[in-house]
Design a protein around this ligand. Structure first.
Ligand code: NAD
Ligand code: UGA
Length: 463
């Protein structure tokens, strides 16, 4: 079965880049990415390729090549569903904020809406691909909805979780460690699996395309994120011990990472992991384990989140403690607001939580991030909103330039590992600051010796 027409529901951080790369690699397949968010679709269709809604290195060139040829962005969801042979569901699956499972389970309402819309609109057989990250056994719910439409259309459900990381999305999609496809173990199921394998096989070596049953595929995605986040929490736990003992976390990470059984990746101590998925997916894993009565399993994974919350808080606490136990009315510069470098995404960024803590201590915060807008910074703070009495617009200022940001501040906190921070004129920054001038490096990115030579008092995670 050869796929000729794809629809992707959800034009976000996954749907946009994933479909752009498939469109570039498969010019003979028509791909329409649809979304209910008209502003987002308009931005994907923008004439100015710098104004695409998502910043990812290399993405604008791919969209420039494929858009209008075989890649389309539209708000007409029904038409795209009806025309497609294969439908990817790439909508958001945030943590539930209400009802049963509040604060833990994934909210599947957008997934269910997609399934119902497909069921209502489809007039020909479809392969429906779960691209969103979903709790194990979600495919059953989707299939139930699709199979009870009362019309004779046949649906096959595949699980094809996405493993790209933001900031390296294009490189990850071009050269994935693996592509995972789960399908039913029936003849029809396996035909559907092969149709999707054939698409990826245009650029991914066969040995990297792994096919499994649907449940293994769904559970592997949650497990992969849990393992990655666990590494960050593990190294962060040791970073606190380093600060007490004089060990240096960078040296410890290097020493343990050279053990080939451990490996060197994902061992960077930080102010805490952020992003839209690690916390959400681990909470979901914990919720699933609890719902099967597996309390020890749930507690084990929940500790990864507890450690991450602690790391963000203790970084903020260290700033207050070092600044003579008060930051009230002191200006603190934040360099970086995104949850990692090379993205404009701020979801669950540690910066938001550190800012919130310091605002509660009546600090004044000056923010600079190369890719994040002022509007986004205020939206993040208002969303968290643990301080009804504090006016964010007064206590927080966002600047377009790092030097302006650091003017007259008592301390600088590094919240994102943007490489450009190392290229700044730190002598100039030092001259503009109150003395003693403190730098709190939440990412271990600056040159300690260089800063100390200038006169800064430098403190970093795990050092
Ligand atoms: P996102 O919020 O950036 O995008 C989701 C889009 O879906 C939004 O634009 C929203 O308007 C749209 N949408 C929601 N319901 C819709 C509906 N019924 N019809 C049409 N459009 C609808 O989310 P994202 O970061 O792209 O994540 C999507 C999924 O992929 C999540 O399950 C996430 O866990 C998973 N994932 C994300 C990443 C990542 O790096 N962001 C990586 C791997 C997997
Ligand atoms: C992560 C996974 O890496 C992807 O494989 C997965 O597809 C994705 O989640 C998802 O499901 O959404 P992402 O969150 O985009 O990708 O970015 P990561 O590079 O994993 O970083 C996550 C957070 O951990 C960032 O805040 C980063 O700064 C932090 N981190 C990462 C560390 O603090 N130390 C490290 O060594 C690595």
């Amino acid at each position: 079965m050869k796929i000729q027409n794809i629809c992707c529901i959800g034009a976000g951080y996954v749907g946009g880049p994933t479909m752009s790369v498939i469109a570039q690699k498969c010019p003979d397949i028509q791909i329409t990415v649809v979304d209910v968010n008209a502003a987002r679709i308009a931005a994907w269709n923008s004439e100015d390729f710098e104004k695409l809604p998502i910043y990812e290195p290399g993405l604008s060139d791919i969209v420039r090549e494929a858009r209008g040829r075989n890649l389309f962005f539209s708000t007409d969801v029904d038409t795209a569903i009806d025309r497609a042979d294969m439908i990817f569901i790439s909508v958001n699956t945030p943590t539930k904020t209400y009802g049963l499972g509040k604060g833990m389970a994934s909210d599947l309402k957008y997934i269910e809406l997609c399934a119902r819309q497909i069921a209502r609109v489809a007039t020909t057989d479809k392969i429906v691909v779960e691209k969103s990250t979903l709790p194990v056994r979600t495919a059953t719910a989707i299939k139930n909805i699709l199979d009870n439409t009362g019309n004779p259309v046949q649906f096959q459900i595949l699980s094809n979780p996405e493993f790209l990381a933001e900031g390296t999305a294009v490189a990850d999609l071009f050269n994935p460690d693996r592509v995972l496809i789960g399908g039913e173990e029936t003849a029809d199921g396996q035909r559907a699996v092969r149709a999707l394998v054939d698409i990826y096989a245009r650029w991914v070596p066969a040995e990297k395309i792994l096919t499994t049953n649907v449940w293994s595929s769904e559970l592997s995605k949650l497990t992969a994120n849990a393992f990655l986040a666990q590494r960050v929490s593990s190294i962060n736990a040791i970073s606190e011990l380093c600060e007490k003992t004089g060990a240096n976390i960078t040296e410890v990470a290097q020493a343990i990472g050279m053990d080939s059984r451990i490996g060197s990746k994902f061992l960077k101590a930080s102010v805490g992991f952020g992003g839209s998925c690690f916390q959400k997916d681990i909470l979901n894993l914990v919720y699933i384990a609890k719902s099967y009565g597996l309390d020890e399993v749930a507690d084990y994974w929940e500790q990864v989140i507890i450690m991450n919350n602690h790391q963000r808080q203790r970084f903020a606490h260290r700033i207050v403690k070092t600044l003579y136990n008060t930051v009230s009315d002191k200006k603190i510069a934040f360099l970086g607001w995104a949850f990692k470098k090379d993205t404009n995404d701020t979801r669950e960024s540690a910066a938001i939580y550190v800012a919130d803590y310091l605002l509660n201590e009546q600090a004044l915060i000056q923010v600079f991030d190369p890719k994040v807008t002022a509007q986004q910074v205020y939206a993040d703070l208002n969303y968290l909103n643990s301080r009804a009495e504090i006016d964010n617009e007064k206590s927080v200022q966002v600047h377009p330039c790092p030097y302006q940001t650091c003017q007259n501040v008592h301390a600088i906190a590094i919240l994102t590992e943007w490489e450009e921070f190392n290229t700044y004129d730190w002598e100039r920054i030092y001259q503009q600051m109150h003395k003693p001038a403190f730098v709190f490096d939440g990412r271990n990115v600056l040159d300690k010796a260089k800063l100390e030579k200038i006169g800064f008092i430098y403190a970093a995670i795990g050092r």
